[in-house]
Write a protein that binds this ligand. Sequence first.
Ligand SMILES: C[S@@+](CC[C@H](N)C(=O)[O-])C[C@H]1O[C@@H](n2cnc3c(N)ncnc32)[C@H](O)[C@@H]1O
Length: 240
Amino acid sequence: MKIDILTIFPEFFEPFLNTSKIKHAIQDGHVEIRCHQLRDYAVRKHGNIDDTPYGGGVGMLMQFPPFYEAIKSLKRVGTKVYLLSPQGKLFNQKAAQSLANETHIILLCGHYEGVDARVLALIDGEISIGDYVLTGGEIPAMIVTDAIVRLLPDVIHEQSSAEDSLSHGWLKYPQYTKPETYKGYTVPDILLSGHHENIAIWRKEASIKATLMKRKDLLKKIKMTDDEKKILENIKQQSK
Ligand SMILES: C[S@@+](CC[C@H](N)C(=O)[O-])C[C@H]1O[C@@H](n2cnc3c(N)ncnc32)[C@H](O)[C@@H]1O
């Protein structure tokens, strides 16, 4: 997969691209990520890419021509283009899974007061990472890229991403590692039993319980099996 990121701060991405799983995914050829300086596509002198809004108002807007030129130069057949924007569709695990199936995406990072609205005519969608306003699209682009890359084949253990919170709607069950006991804080006995079938049952219940307790809102969206419905009802009864 290829990801092109358009930004006026490509240096922002250096540590991100050179750390942990992203670095390895690039080195192992699972993904190609290129950051482009939007100023290189400026049509005005000195890489100038912003100006005041027509009709008046505070702040500066990023101009349309640099985005137009950059997209024209980078876009290929099948490329999907997204603008990071607080006005976009809220990003979630499902969206990450869908983007991970693309072969080439271009992420546009806004800054200042945002971008000239004509950019919307060139894109496939706007992506928001949450209902708050950030200074620029760089951190959102990193979040989207990170969420996508860890879903690409062989980047992390496939079972691990399949069991991650939200991948099937549910939050992940609680996990523990060594030591078994520390200052009186212990690990649930079942996880030390070596009985894989019982552990799987405990994890399923713990996952459903975590979702009910922490993110009740998710329950409406999950397509539950009859078994899961029964477990959920039991947990609700027990907590009454
Ligand atoms: C200060 S914001 C502009 C906000 C714009 N004036 C508005 O009210 O919609 C500058 C840039 O940060 C990025 N940005 C800010 N918040 C974001 C969010 N929640 N999700 C994705 N991108 C965001 C976008 O690229 C945006 O163009």
